[in-house]
Design a protein around this ligand. Structure first.
Ligand code: FES
Length: 113
């Protein structure tokens, strides 16, 4: 089974929908676990601070197992090696740009704010 198919199966099992996400591997074979976890925590904080349009999901292995930390975009799966915080933040920004802005809600008078 290919890497993309394994990732799809893993995320569908966890009922992750098609909301854009950056998936970060926190397994110990591709990078020291503390490095991957720190990257994931900092990326989550960045994603939340920039609007929360992009979810940051963790997996135990992306089946590449070298040149980590490793990350993948979701739902259009692309794998990235040697991801640092700057690159992770760029990926979050790129994924957020794919999310359309919600239309403004009409107020009680029926007029948009
Ligand atoms: S442990 Fe990270 S890709 Fe396998």
């Amino acid at each position: 089974m290919g890497k993309k198919r394994k990732l799809r199966k893993n995320l569908h099992k966890r009922e992750i929908d098609d909301q854009p996400a950056l998936v970060i591997c926190v397994g110990k074979s591709c990078a020291p676990r503390e490095v991957s976890r720190l990257l994931a925590d900092q990326t989550r904080a960045y994603a939340a601070a920039t609007g929360g349009k992009v979810r940051v999901a963790l997996v135990g292995c992306l089946h590449i197992c070298k040149k980590g930390p490793l990350a993948a975009t979701w739902p259009d799966i692309e794998f990235y090696k040697k991801v640092d915080l700057a690159r992770a933040c760029r990926l979050v920004d790129e994924l957020a740009a794919t999310v359309p802005d919600l239309p403004l809600q009409a107020g009680p008078s029926g007029h948009s704010p």
